[in-house]
Design a protein around this ligand. Structure first.
Ligand SMILES: [Zn+2]
Ligand SMILES: [Zn+2]
Length: 443
C-alpha cells in the first residue's frame, strides 16, 4: 500500500497529539473538573486526528492532482499532422501559445520540416468550450450570399443541430468538472483550516504546560511521600555513624566500654543521629504544608464570573493558562456557555501584585486618567481605595511568604554546614580509634 503523505501542519498536529497523550499518561488530575477537561480535550483532538487519518488519502491526491495534471500535460503523446509536410506524427508538445482568438494551443515540432506548428484545437477544456462556441457562431452567421455559412457549406440542418447539442453537452461536462473540483477544494481547505486552528490550540496547551503552567490541572507526585533524598555529605555521615555504632556494640559485647575516652566518643553519636533525623522530619513537614496549600488551591470553589455570559458561579478550576500579560490565571468551564474561560484575576500572589500595581500605577497616575477609569469601569473612589488596600495586603502576605522561603533556605544551608562539621568530627574520631588502638587494647 502506498504510504500516506501528510501536509506539514498535519504532521505537526499528529506529533503534538502524541506528545499530549504521553504527557497525560498516568497523571492524576487535581479535581473532577480537571479530569473532565483532560478527557474532553483528548477526545476532541482524538476525533480530529481520526479525521485527518481518514482525510489523508483524498487530501494527498488533491494536493498532487495539479502537479500530476501538469506532468501528464507535457508528457502525453498526441497524434498530429504536420501542416507543412502532411506527415502523421506522434509528438509530445514542446510548448503552448496563445493565438489571435485568445485561446491557448499546444505547439509541436516537426523534425522533417524543422518547424513549429500548433494543435488544431485548444489544449484545455475551458478554451475548448469557447473554441466550439466560436466555431458554431461562425457557422451560423449569414454569408455574403444571404445564406448561413453552414448551409453554404452544404451541411445538413440535422448535422448542424447535432453539432450544437454536442457543444452544449461538452460545456455542461466541463462545468460539472469545475463544480466537483471546487467542492473538493473547498472541503480540503476547510479541513486544512481546521488543522491550523487545532494545531495552534494543542501547540499552545502542550508548550505552555511544558513551561511549567499546569494547563491540565495535573497533580504532581506528592514529594512528602517520596523517600528523602540524602546528599553526598549526609550519606557519608550516616556511613560513619553506622561504622562507629557497630564498633560501640562490639565493644559493649566485649565488656570493654569502661574506657572513659572511648565513652566520650560514643556519646557523641546519638545527638548527631537525632539531629539528622529531626532535619529530615522538618523537611517532610514543610513539604506537607506546601501540599496542603496546593490542595486548597486546586480544590477550592470560588465565586467566578464567566467572561462570556458575565454570570457568577461557584466554580472549581480545571487548569491554568498563561494570559496575554504573561500572568498565570485559573481556567474554568462555564456551566451555562459550556466553554472554557480564563479568570480575569491571576491565580498567584506575584502576578496578582503586578496586576493590581498595573491597574493603579498605569491608569490612575493623573487626575484625568483616574476620572476616565472611574467612568469606564463604573467604579468609585472607594473601590479604588479598596484595590489599594488589597494590594497592600497582598504585598504583606507575599513578603511573609518570601521570608518563610528565605528562612527555609537558611535552615537548609545551616544544616549543610552542620553535616559537614559532623562528618569532619566523626572522621577525626574514627581516626583516633584506628590509630589509638592501644587505648582499646590497654583496657
Ligand atoms: Zn513537416
Ligand atoms: Zn458563561
Amino acid at each position: 500500500m502506498k504510504e500516506l503523505i501528510y501536509a506539514e501542519e498535519e504532521k505537526e498536529f499528529l506529533d503534538y497529539y502524541k506528545r499530549l497523550k504521553e504527557l497525560l499518561k498516568d497523571t492524576v488530575p487535581w479535581n473532577g473538573e480537571a479530569d473532565r477537561f483532560q478527557k474532553d480535550q483528548i477526545n476532541l483532538l482524538g476525533q480530529f486526528r481520526d479525521h485527518i487519518h481518514r482525510f489523508a488519502k483524498d487530501a494527498y491526491e488533491l494536493r498532487n492532482r495539479k502537479s500530476t495534471l501538469e506532468h501528464s500535460k507535457w508528457n502525453t503523446y498526441h497524434n498530429v499532422n504536420c501542416p507543412e509536410c502532411k506527415s502523421k506524427l506522434q509528438l509530445k508538445p514542446i510548448g503552448e501559445i496563445k493565438l489571435d482568438d485568445d485561446l491557448m494551443y499546444f505547439q509541436f515540432y516537426c523534425k522533417k520540416c524543422s518547424m513549429n506548428f500548433e494543435s488544431d484545437k485548444p489544449n484545455n477544456d475551458d478554451d475548448l468550450v469557447t473554441w466550439y462556441e466560436n466555431k458554431l457562431k461562425a457557422l451560423n452567421t449569414v454569408g455574403p450570399e444571404g445564406i448561413k455559412v453552414y448551409q453554404f457549406m452544404k451541411m445538413k440542418e440535422g448535422d448542424f443541430k447535432e453539432l450544437i447539442r454536442k457543444g452544449e453537452y461538452f460545456k455542461e461536462k466541463v462545468n460539472e468538472g469545475h463544480l466537483a473540483s471546487q467542492a473538493q477544494e473547498k472541503s480540503y481547505q476547510a479541513v486544512m483550516n481546521n488543522t491550523t486552528i487545532c494545531l495552534e490550540k494543542i501547540k499552545k496547551m502542550v508548550d505552555v504546560h511544558q513551561e511549567g503552567v499546569n494547563v491540565f490541572g495535573i497533580r504532581p507526585k506528592l514529594r512528602s511521600e517520596l523517600p528523602y533524598k540524602y546528599s553526598k555529605d549526609e550519606k557519608e555521615l550516616m556511613g560513619l555513624l553506622d561504622y562507629l555504632k557497630d564498633l560501640e556494640t562490639h565493644q559493649q559485647l566485649n565488656c570493654i566500654i569502661d574506657n572513659e575516652p572511648l565513652k566520650l566518643i560514643f556519646n557523641r553519636l546519638e545527638p548527631i543521629e537525632e539531629e539528622l533525623k529531626s532535619y529530615v522530619n522538618e523537611i517532610k513537614i514543610s513539604l506537607q504544608s506546601e501540599e496542603v496549600n496546593l490542595n486548597f488551591k486546586w480544590n477550592n470553589k470560588q465565586d467566578i464570573s464567566c467572561t462570556i455570559c458575565k454570570k457568577t458561579f461557584k466554580l472549581i478550576p480545571l487548569g491554568e493558562m498563561k494570559a496575554p500579560m504573561n500572568h498565570i490565571h485559573f481556567s474554568y468551564y462555564c456551566p451555562d456557555c459550556n466553554v472554557l474561560f480564563v479568570d480575569q484575576m491571576p491565580n498567584n500572589e506575584r502576578d496578582k501584585i503586578k496586576f493590581y500595581e498595573n491597574s493603579i500605577n498605569n491608569h490612575l497616575t493623573t487626575k484625568e486618567d483616574k476620572e476616565k477609569a472611574l467612568q469606564l469601569h463604573g467604579t468609585t473612589e472607594e473601590a479604588i481605595e479598596m484595590v489599594k488596600t488589597q494590594l497592600l495586603q497582598l504585598k504583606e502576605n507575599h513578603e511573609r511568604e518570601m521570608e518563610y522561603d528565605k528562612s527555609m533556605e537558611e535552615f537548609k544551608e545551616e544544616h549543610k554546614e552542620t553535616v559537614k562539621k559532623h562528618v569532619g568530627e566523626l572522621i577525626v574520631l574514627k581516626h583516633q580509634l584506628m590509630t589509638g588502638s592501644s587505648v582499646v587494647g590497654e583496657s
